[in-house]
Design a protein around this ligand. Structure first.
Ligand SMILES: C[S@@+](CC[C@H](N)C(=O)[O-])C[C@H]1O[C@@H](n2cnc3c(N)ncnc32)[C@H](O)[C@@H]1O
Length: 416
């Protein structure tokens, strides 16, 4: 609980969860897979529920506590919710964790958690009126989801607070779904096919337990993300641009499905190296280049592409259960900044698309400003752009659920 508390403490002080997690892993190479999994679960769950449990702390504390103690209490409050049958064990663990670095505050921690157990019903009733506490999302965020998805806003917010599913992508160049299902079964891992080439594990496991991963027979990729390569539908011999490619899941999928000449760009050198590593593991090849995709003079040689995947940086509001710190760090004004950058990328990339070519626009957002409204504005600016139908619709908005994360896709054809 102390280690999970350290992660939560850094996040409430404004740090990025993925970065602090990578650093913690590097500093504790001795942690076993089970320890890593347990610490990760505790910290991620606490951050998914932060809006609610922070409101509980506000109600139960009479004076402020150091962030280190608050963080352990947040971990313990989330645990009390998920394991009510172990409530007194949770209290003991939390008190011991606080005692290890702030012995004078053990009593406060103990009293607060026992108070939370005693007053559970009363607190639930009080928090019902507080939107942030009720939905565990900032109010501006839940208001926006409600406005953009009036039919489904509750399920979107609820999905954002759950443990995400773990999906696998089969590399058809090396194996088949049936073969992978058999290999997983032999390793004691139950899974089912959810889309052609996509399997959903019944229970997430560390990658090291996946048979065939190192040999490149499969990859971990959300089932919703796997729509990108199939919707792009690149054909053998085409010239393809993956404009924002890192860490490379979609790049690899495109290359698994067709023999194309692919250029993968990304702004971040460290992230682009992950694309190269992934391609090597899977036995695939592409040109890779560090560049700002919108600055054509940095990277474009003037030869146009038949297909472009623009999987642009976005709010990540469709994958928030995987990155729960995002909910608390984003500000509403960030969404307009993302949308402006997306428009800049789209306008630049459009120039590099061949007449008759296709650009697939993708985000992992559920906010309309980055999705439908973005495409609407793009088409108003470019009279040589025509929306292509995707599965009979002008766009695909996947909302997060038990099988996949939230993604948005729209395809544009350039007049020939
Ligand atoms: C949504 S992620 C891409 C995920 C990737 N397509 C995949 O499936 O693995 C967006 C990526 O865009 C990169 N990026 C952000 N701004 C960029 C820019 N101006 N030009 C190129 N890449 C950019 C980020 O570094 C990040 O890796």
């Amino acid at each position: 609980m102390r280690e999970a508390g350290r992660l939560v403490e850094k996040v409430i002080e404004g740090r990025n969860l993925s970065v602090v997690w990578e650093k913690a892993l590097a500093a504790h190479a001795q942690w076993t897979d089970a320890e890593r999994g347990a610490i990760r679960d505790l910290a991620w769950n606490a951050l998914r529920r932060y809006g609610r449990d922070d409101a509980v702390l506000v109600r139960l504390l009479s004076k402020p506590l150091p962030n280190s103690v608050r963080a352990v209490l947040l971990v313990a409050l989330a645990r009390l919710e998920s394991r009510p049958e172990q409530s007194y064990v949770v209290v003991d663990q939390a008190v011991e964790a606080v005692g290890s670095f702030a012995p004078a505050l053990k009593g406060v921690a103990n009293g607060l958690l026992r108070n939370r157990i005693r007053r559970a019903d009363e607190l639930i009733a009080e928090l019902e009126e507080d939107v942030c506490a009720r939905w565990c999302h900032p109010k501006w965020w839940s208001d926006r989801v409600q406005r953009d998805h009036p039919q489904h806003w509750r399920s979107v917010l609820q999905a954002g607070n759950t443990h995400p599913p773990m999906a696998l992508r089969i590399n058809p160049r090396r194996t088949t779904p049936n073969h992978v299902l058999a290999e997983l079964g032999a390793a004691g891992l139950a899974a089912r096919v959810v889309d052609p080439g996509a399997l959903l594990l019944d229970h997430p496991v560390p990658v090291s337990r996946l048979p065939g991963f190192a040999a490149g027979r499969l990859s971990v990729q959300d089932a919703g993300a796997q729509h990108a390569a199939t919707l792009l539908a690149a054909r053998d011999g085409e010239r393809v641009l993956d404009a924002c490619s890192a860490p490379g899941g979609k790049t690899a999928h495109i290359l698994e499905l067709a023999n194309v000449d692919l250029l993968a760009l990304d702004l971040e050198p460290v992230r682009l190296q992950r694309v190269r590593d992934t391609l090597e593991r899977l036995g695939l090849s592409a040109q890779t280049r560090v560049a700002d995709a919108a600055s054509l003079d940095q990277w474009w040689d003037g030869r146009r592409f038949d297909r472009i995947l623009a999987d642009v940086p976005c709010s990540a509001s469709g994958v928030v259960r995987r990155h729960p710190d995002i909910k608390w760090h984003r500000r509403e004004r960030d969404i307009a900044a993302f949308a402006a950058n997306q428009a800049r990328l789209l306008d630049a990339l459009w120039q590099t698309l061949a007449p008759g070519g296709t650009m697939l626009y993708a985000t992992c957002s559920v906010f309309d400003e980055e999705n439908g409204a973005q495409l609407h504005a793009f088409c108003a600016r470019h009279d040589d752009a025509r929306r292509l139908s995707l599965h009979g619709r002008k766009e695909v908005q996947l909302l997060p659920d038990a099988e996949h994360d939230g993604f948005y896709y729209a395809a544009l054809r350039k007049r020939g």
